[in-house]
Design a protein around this ligand. Structure first.
Ligand SMILES: NC(=O)c1ccc[n+]([C@@H]2O[C@H](COP(=O)([O-])OP(=O)(O)OC[C@H]3O[C@@H](n4cnc5c(N)ncnc54)[C@H](OP(=O)(O)O)[C@@H]3O)[C@@H](O)[C@H]2O)c1
Length: 296
């Protein structure tokens, strides 16, 4: 198609796309926070799996035609590595095929795809957007494959994030909820002292995503907390807030671990996005300190 016709079609589509912003995965941790933080000037539709299974492509097409969404923030996924390892075909279906389908529908509108720090093998840390991915597990491979499909459209946006914490509708999606459930049951929890992440409260993630949409940012961005912490340090800091028996928090090391491959340090360098955001991406500990009122 000639460039002039393409540009004309894009403008027409933009003019038509007055509909709501679609948020997929609204029953999950980040999607839920996106709905809670949605700006007043935005009409937003949050999709739960029970209302729209994203693998039912015909139904997705029908709803898309009905709503003519003005943008899609795609959070739905099989987001836990062990589940993806156990169900690789299902992981591929939602993480890759459903993403490709939505991206195709969203050809002429903003499409935000949430990806992960786990696209990296964790040998280096402080990864930049143009560092080469080397995914170690099924979850990360599906995300990498989906990234490549989304990246074909220069008007679309890929956001890689790290551990997000907060209270999810099901009470079990945030890393904080998972650690807390074990401690609350009076059981010990072992956390790596030498596996590093840059955790971010999901509420901050949501605020940043809305701002990115407002700014019309396209391309690839890293979005996570500004503090590098080991999993053990994260658990310890959270338990200072909760006050469970500290002896239940055990340290363990990747050196003595013999399970599926793990990425030791997937901290992300977020300076590209930070330069564009109106607020500083917080360090995890300082955010907790400054928000004692927030359930976490
Ligand atoms: N949270 C993190 O720490 C983190 C870190 C890096 C990247 N990410 C990425 O960020 C995105 C959002 O993460 P999250 O933590 O909010 O994930 P989440 O809590 O697991 O939520 C994902 C949501 O997707 C829904 N879903 C799965 N399959 C679906 C289908 N076929 N049709 C419709 N909905 C479906 C799930 O429904 P059910 O509840 O019914 O399963 C769930 O509500 C994901 O792409 C994830 O990979 C998250």
């Amino acid at each position: 198609m000639p460039e002039s016709v393409k540009a004309c079609r894009t403008q027409e589509a933009k003019a038509m796309a007055k509909g709501p912003v679609w948020v997929t995965g609204a029953g999950g941790l980040i999607g839920h926070h996106l709905l809670q933080q949605s700006p007043e000037n935005r009409q937003v539709v949050g999709w739960l799996r029970q209302d729209l299974d994203l693998l039912d492509f015909k139904r997705v097409d029908r709803f898309f035609e009905r709503d003519t969404p003005s943008a899609i923030i795609h959070c739905a996924a099989m987001s836990k590595s062990p589940q993806c390892e156990a169900q690789p075909e299902e992981a591929h279906a939602i993480n890759v095929a459903a993403t490709a389908h939505l991206a195709q529908l969203a050809e002429t509108i903003p499409f935000f795809f949430l990806s992960t720090d786990l696209v990296f093998d964790g040998e280096k840390g402080f990864y930049l957007e143009d560092d080469s991915p080397n995914p170690l597990n099924t979850y990360a491979r599906t995300k990498c494959e989906a990234e490549a499909l989304v990246a074909k459209n220069p008007n679309h946006t890929i956001i890689r994030t790290s551990l997000n914490g907060g209270i999810s509708p099901t009470g079990d999606r945030g890393f904080n909820e998972q650690i807390r459930a074990v401690l609350q049951a009076g059981k010990p929890v072992s956390l790596f002292v030498d596996e590093f992440r840059s955790p971010l409260p999901a509420i901050v993630m949501a605020l940043a995503l809305w701002e990115m949409l407002d700014q019309g940012l396209t391309g690839l961005y890293h979005l996570c907390g500004s503090q590098r912490l080991s999993r053990h340090a994260i658990g310890k800091r959270l338990n200072q807030r909760w006050g469970y028996d500290p002896s239940l928090l055990k340290s363990t090391s990747l050196a003595s671990y013999d399970g599926p491959p793990r990425a030791p340090d997937t901290t992300l360098d977020c300076s590209k996005l930070q330069a564009l955001l109106s607020f500083p991406l917080p360090g995890f500990e300082s955010w907790l300190e400054n928000h004692p009122e927030m359930p976490f």
